[in-house]
Design a protein around this ligand. Structure first.
Ligand code: GAL
Length: 684
């Protein structure tokens, strides 16, 4: 049974590592945490060698003293199971637990996640430590919940130890039953890959053109890794439920090859995420036009919300971030830590813990800064955390009962994400289009959700939204197409981009005209198509209407052929030999409509569609906001809170045509109001 009440109360807190500090510091640390308004700490997620310094010998003294002291100061505790970091004695005695690369290189002790999920020995030893910890802490008055492991599939999300090959073979056996079915699903008749005995089946191994396996096998590999991770986590969850049924269970992070939705549904009470908004600038903004930088984290938080409508930020960036050798993130400027905290809350967080209380003085993360510096003197970040703590002491619980609301959802699904890692004919497009839509919407102050299309998705899930944007679902099951047809027939609007609907669940191409499964709904076929690349200049499309705007037709062009009278051509290609042919169509379907956009979306073309559909900000009639300010709305039956987040260092001029109160300060606001650089108000 799920603990649905676990996030009813708002909590602010911090990640704390008592094992890193002289014990004399603990009391002062906990006292100061309370002064900042913190009520929860997370501990122990890497402390296996403290709890079990030798196999079978368990020591709880250090954490007992730390937890008792935390309790004395009124702090609640989340305990992490320490399985992301198996101790040296363990990996030395049982080297079969280690992870191995596809090339056969064993990954050793020294970092973390050097283990594999398949080793029976590792599962056994994990179960022992988790059970011991649960038994020991089940009645501790400070403990409220558990984090399983730490960031499943972070650092590495591929596993090739002998135990993984064995587990994959078993997974294939239970999925397909017979080799004939497996051969059929993987299309092994191509290049004589047919298997005649189960012992010939492995995870993809190096091939002559190195990392180029059979694509259908590669897709199944991702599904297997996901199932295997969930099964490993499930063993821990089952122990915790059995031993400490009154505690809640979560895990943190959103990483590759893992169906976090299923993991959450099957195992967890709610999902947790680690929010480091500056990753956007150091990793994701390259080659991007007009990037959103830290604001793009709002889109990621939308994906977290699709797993768990309210969630926990188990690690919130609280300083400059960096490992000794990589991830060199600048210091947040004054106000930015506060902005990011409210970004998380605006998008659904009901519990936020900063990472970390004090910067580590040793190890790989000596530059991953906590609120406190090594010297421990009060600094700007500590003062900012105190301001947030004071604001949320009264506002937090008023916000906690509400949920983020949006009328538009951007659709995604795991099959296409995993298939698209290998298939360059659609994979890179989804990311590009998803970002383009998010930018076009957020800059117009139109909140949006992310919705994962799963086999369990129902018509009610879809009907919560007026518009669904599903940019490039190359893999589309006929059942999904039927669901989208029903949604549209009953009045919904669906928008597809190029490369829609042409593959089945195995990743085989349907032997039907494109867009395959989506053909009936979109009312068109794809006459022909091309990559826009290499031998071809950039291509363009011209939109109908008086202004005849021309926009780039990025990356891929599906040349469309209307197949039904209900189809209206909204834009035509304006270059290459297919100039004049339809590029964007809109098909009336029942009470609703289905759009087909022949290219990869960019911000300007998404904006064009938004305007054609007349989509507006839900606060347009009483609030005028500049582009730099994000609008997010959390509401329930009793209250509605509009979060205004200024992502610019420059002040923002906003206009309220109704008087509102800022929940954080109690200030009444109306007319022209200046929101300071990185400023936040929550209007109620
Ligand atoms: C997270 C992780 C933390 C810490 C932090 C900074 O991914 O959960 O343990 O490593 O990043 O690198």
């Amino acid at each position: 049974m799920k603990h649905t009440e676990s996030l009813n109360e708002f909590r602010l807190g911090v990640c704390y590592y008592p094992e890193h500090w002289p014990e004399e510091l603990w009391e002062d640390d906990f006292r100061r945490m309370r002064e900042l308004g913190f009520s929860v700490v997370r501990v122990a997620e890497f402390a296996w060698s403290i709890f079990e310094p030798e196999e079978g010998s368990f020591q709880f003294g250090l954490f007992d003293r730390a937890l008792d002291l935390a309790h004395k100061h009124g702090l609640k505790v989340i305990i992490g199971t320490p399985t992301a970091t198996p101790p040296a004695w363990l990996t030395h005695r049982y080297p079969e637990v280690l992870n191995v690369t596809q090339d056969g290189v064993t990954l050793h002790h020294g970092l973390r996640r050097h283990y594999n999920y398949s080793s029976p020995k590792y599962r056994e030893l994990s179960a022992v430590i988790v059970r011991r910890m649960a038994e020991h802490y089940k009645n501790h008055p400070a403990v409220i919940g558990w984090q399983i492991d730490n960031e499943f599939n972070c650092e590495i999300s591929e596993f090739y130890s002998p135990a993984d090959h064995d587990a994959f073979r078993e997974w294939c056996r239970s999925k397909y039953g017979t080799l004939d079915k497996l051969n059929d699903a993987w299309g092994t008749v191509f290049w004589s890959q047919t298997y005649t005995g189960w012992e010939q089946v492995f995870l993809p191994r190096p091939t002559p053109a190195h990392k180029q396996p059979n694509p259908h096998q590669a897709l199944d590999e991702k599904r297997f890794i996901s199932d295997n991770t969930i099964s490993y986590a499930g063993e821990q969850a089952a122990i915790l439920r059995e031993v400490a049924p009154h505690h809640w269970i979560t895990t943190n992070g959103l990483f590759g090859h893992l169906d976090s939705h299923r993991m959450n549904d099957d195992l967890l009470d709610f999902f947790s995420y680690d929010s480091y908004p500056q990753f956007s600038s150091i990793y994701y903004d390259r080659n991007e036009e007009n990037p959103l930088a830290d604001r793009s984290w709002s889109q990621t938080l939308g994906a977290v919300r699709s797993i768990s409508p309210n969630f926990c930020i188990m690690e919130q960036q609280a300083g400059p971030g960096g490992w000794v050798n990589r991830m060199d993130m600048p210091s947040p400027k004054p106000g930015q830590m506060r902005l990011w905290t409210y970004q998380s809350i605006a998008h659904g967080a009901n519990m936020v813990l900063y990472f970390r209380w004090r910067t580590a003085a040793f190890g790989n993360e000596i530059y991953w800064h906590g609120i406190n510096d090594y010297h421990n003197r009060p600094n700007r970040r500590v003062r900012e955390a105190g301001q947030i703590g004071a604001e949320l002491a009264s506002a937090g619980n008023r916000i906690a009962s509400t949920r983020y609301t949006a009328d538009i959802a951007l659709l995604r699904d795991y099959d296409n994400e995993w298939d698209g890692e290998y298939d360059v004919w659609h994979g890179p497009f989804s990311w590009q289009s998803g970002k383009a839509w998010f930018k076009a919407l957020t800059r117009r102050h139109i909140p949006s959700d992310t919705l994962y299309v799963r086999k369990s998705t129902t018509i009610e899930d879809l009907k919560r939204y007026k518009v669904l944007v599903y940019p490039h679902p190359a893999i589309m099951r006929d059942e999904t197409a039927a669901l989208l047809e029903q949604y549209t027939r009953e009045g919904g609007i669906v928008i597809f981009g190029c490369r829609t609907g042409y593959k089945d669940e195995r990743g085989h191409c349907y032997m039907r005209p494109f867009p395959g499964a989506a053909a009936g709904l979109s009312g068109i076929s794809v006459e022909e198509f091309t990559m826009v690349k290499g031998t071809r200049e950039a291509t363009f499309m011209e939109w109908d209407g008086d202004d005849a705007v021309t926009t780039p037709a990025d990356s891929f062009n599906d040349v469309l052929l209307p197949e039904s009278d209900s189809v209206e051509v909204v834009a035509r290609y304006a270059s290459d030999y297919y100039a004049g042919k339809p590029a964007v169509t809109r098909n009336k379907f029942g009470e609703g409509e289905a759009w087909y956009f022949g290219a990869v979306f960019n911000e300007v073309s998404a904006g064009r569609i938004i305007e054609r559909l007349g989509l507006m900000s839900p606060t347009a009639d009483w609030l005028t906001l500049p582009e730099q300010v994000e609008l997010a709305i959390r509401q329930d039956d009793a209250a509605s809170f509009c979060f205004l987040l200024n992502f610019s260092e420059q002040p923002a001029e906003i206009t309220l045509r109704e008087e509102k109160t800022d929940l954080l300060t109690g200030r009444k606001l109306s007319g022209a109001v200046t929101l300071e650089g990185f400023g936040v108000v929550v209007l109620s």
